[in-house]
Design a binder for this molecule. Structure first.
Ligand SMILES: [Zn+2]
Ligand SMILES: [Zn+2]
Length: 240
C-alpha cells in the first residue's frame, strides 16, 4: 500500500478517534479495571510472608520481565499500521507520541490512571493473577505476577517523567537506573527501530535484537503515516 493511502487511512482513524466518544470511554473502563485490580493485589502483598532478600530478588526479575513485556508491546504497536481495523483509531493515536513526545502535565496519580487505559493486554493478565490469588499458588509466583502487573503501569509513569520532569528526585531515580533516563530513551526518538523498553530500559539489549529481526522500523513507515495528519497534535486521553 502506498504512503498516501496509509496517510488517508491514518487520518480517517484519527477522525473516528476524536469524533466517537466511545474510544475515550473504553480507555476509562480499562483504566478502572487495571487500577482496581492492581489496588486489590497490592493490598494482598501485605499478607505474604517472604524473606526480604527473596523479595528483592523477585523484584529484580519482575523489573526485567516488565521492562521486556511492555517494550515488546510498544515495539508491536509502533510497527502496526492496520488503521482500518476495528482497533485502528487506538493504533493511530498511539503513533502520535513520536510526533509530539511531550505529554500534558498532570499529577502523577492522574497520569498513572490515564496511561493504564491503553493497556488492554493488562486486563486479562490481572484477571488471571486475581483468580490465581484465590487458589494456593506459590507466593513466589504470585508475587512475580503482582509486581509485573503493577510495574507495567509504573512503566508508563516512568516514560512520562522521562519526557516531562527535571525534578531532582526523578533525575536521581533515573541515575540509579530505577526509572527510564532521557539519555537512554533518546535513542528511541532519534534513531530507528531501537530502545523500545520504557520502565528503565534494562531489556533493550534483547528487544533491539528482536526488533532488527522482525521489523523494518518506524521512521520510514508509521512515523510518515502520522506526519500527514493535520488534526489535533496530541492524543486526547488526558481530556477524560
Ligand atoms: Zn515508540
Ligand atoms: Zn517517548
Amino acid at each position: 500500500m502506498n504512503l498516501n493511502t496509509k496517510q488517508r487511512a491514518f487520518n480517517k482513524a484519527m477522525t473516528q478517534y476524536h469524533d466517537n466518544k466511545n474510544y475515550q470511554k473504553i480507555y476509562k473502563l480499562v483504566s478502572i479495571l487495571n487500577v482496581g485490580m492492581q489496588m486489590y493485589l497490592f493490598i494482598l502483598l501485605f499478607t505474604f510472608s517472604i524473606e526480604w532478600y527473596i523479595f528483592f530478588l523477585i523484584l529484580f526479575i519482575s523489573y526485567f520481565i516488565t521492562d521486556f513485556v511492555n517494550g515488546y508491546v510498544h515495539m508491536y504497536m509502533d510497527n502496526n499500521d492496520r488503521y482500518d481495523s476495528m482497533v485502528g483509531p487506538f493504533i493511530a493515536s498511539f503513533h502520535l507520541h513520536h510526533r509530539t513526545p511531550e505529554y500534558k502535565n498532570f499529577s502523577i496519580v492522574r497520569i498513572y490512571f490515564n496511561e493504564s487505559g491503553p493497556k488492554f493486554w493488562l486486563v486479562p493478565f490481572l484477571i488471571l493473577t486475581v483468580i490465581l490469588s484465590l487458589f494456593s499458588v506459590s507466593e513466589y509466583i504470585l508475587l512475580t505476577l503482582i509486581l509485573v502487573g503493577i510495574l507495567s503501569s509504573v512503566a508508563e509513569v516512568s516514560h512520562f517523567l522521562c519526557h516531562n520532569s527535571n525534578s531532582k528526585v526523578v533525575l536521581f531515580l533515573q541515575k540509579m537506573n530505577l526509572l527510564l533516563s532521557m539519555k537512554h530513551h533518546d535513542n528511541h526518538h532519534e534513531k530507528d527501530n531501537q530502545s523500545y523498553a520504557f520502565l528503565n530500559g534494562m531489556s533493550d539489549f534483547l528487544l533491539d535484537r528482536i526488533a532488527s529481526k522482525l521489523y523494518r522500523g518506524y521512521k520510514e513507515n508509521s512515523d510518515l503515516h502520522a506526519n500527514g495528519y493535520v488534526g489535533v497534535g496530541t492524543d486526547n486521553r488526558d481530556k477524560l
